[in-house]
Design a protein. Structure first.
Length: 227
């Protein structure tokens, strides 16, 4: 099956909701996406061409409104960050944060992270992949839409360099168990901890996470690396 055929048959892992774009964000997309944006479709990316240097590259899957991503990139200047987000308001907000904070080590891909991984990220090229609070798709009939399933994990793992880290977080207990089993079943991934990982110090607490904690929902963290 070709990449195009696979993309046509692959079940979408995100909900295609439409967020309202206010004038400032609409203008940010038009003005800043050509400067800091990355197309999810096309040939292999050249990180040196994209960032103007050779440095470890981190892929952020589902950056939301981008506040946490911008904070991590600002605190980690020795690595480059590529954030993939499908929803236009979040992309626009992150573009504004890049400009406002002068972040030279952060770019944004507006679209499906799986398309980006398949088409543009070369094998064994990523230092890390972050997937923080992916959509849990809680209804049983929607489980096929979850990001963490064997084929998707195999794709993510294949893009990690040896020793590269796959860092995942969720607040849904049943999805957490599925995530852990799926990651543990991949023969090329190794759990860095005996079960759940402690909170990683580099990961900022998002508004969504604060709300989850306030509502008493536990946070499940997983850190695996490629052999």
């Amino acid at each position: 099956m070709t990449t195009l055929e696979h993309r046509r048959t692959r079940v979408q892992t995100y909900y295609g909701r439409r967020g309202r774009l206010r004038t400032r964000r609409r203008e940010a997309l038009a003005r800043l996406l050509p400067v800091y944006g990355v197309d999810v479709h096309g040939g292999p990316l050249d990180p040196v061409e994209l960032f103007g240097r050779r440095a470890p590259l981190v892929l952020e899957i589902g950056s939301g409104m981008g506040d946490a991503t911008a904070e991590m990139a600002a605190a980690d200047p020795d690595r480059d960050y590529l954030a993939a987000e499908v929803h236009a308001p979040g992309v626009a907000n992150l573009l504004l944060l890049i400009e406002e904070r002068g972040l030279t080590n952060l770019r944004v891909a507006h679209g499906d992270a799986l398309d980006l991984l398949e088409q543009r990220i070369p094998p064994a090229s990523l230092a890390a992949i972050h997937a923080y609070f992916p959509d849990p798709w809680p209804k049983t009939r929607h489980h096929k839409r979850r990001l963490f399933q064997p084929a998707h994990v195999a794709l993510m793992r294949s893009r990690l360099a040896p020793g590269g880290v796959l860092h995942a977080v969720t607040d849904w207990p049943d999805y957490a168990e599925v995530m852990r089993r799926t990651l543990e079943d991949d023969p090329e991934l190794v759990n860095r901890y005996d079960g759940w990982a402690p909170r990683q110090p580099h990961r900022p607490q998002t508004r969504y996470e604060r709300k989850a904690v306030e509502q008493g929902r536990p946070i499940f963290e997983l850190v695996f690396h490629r052999r």
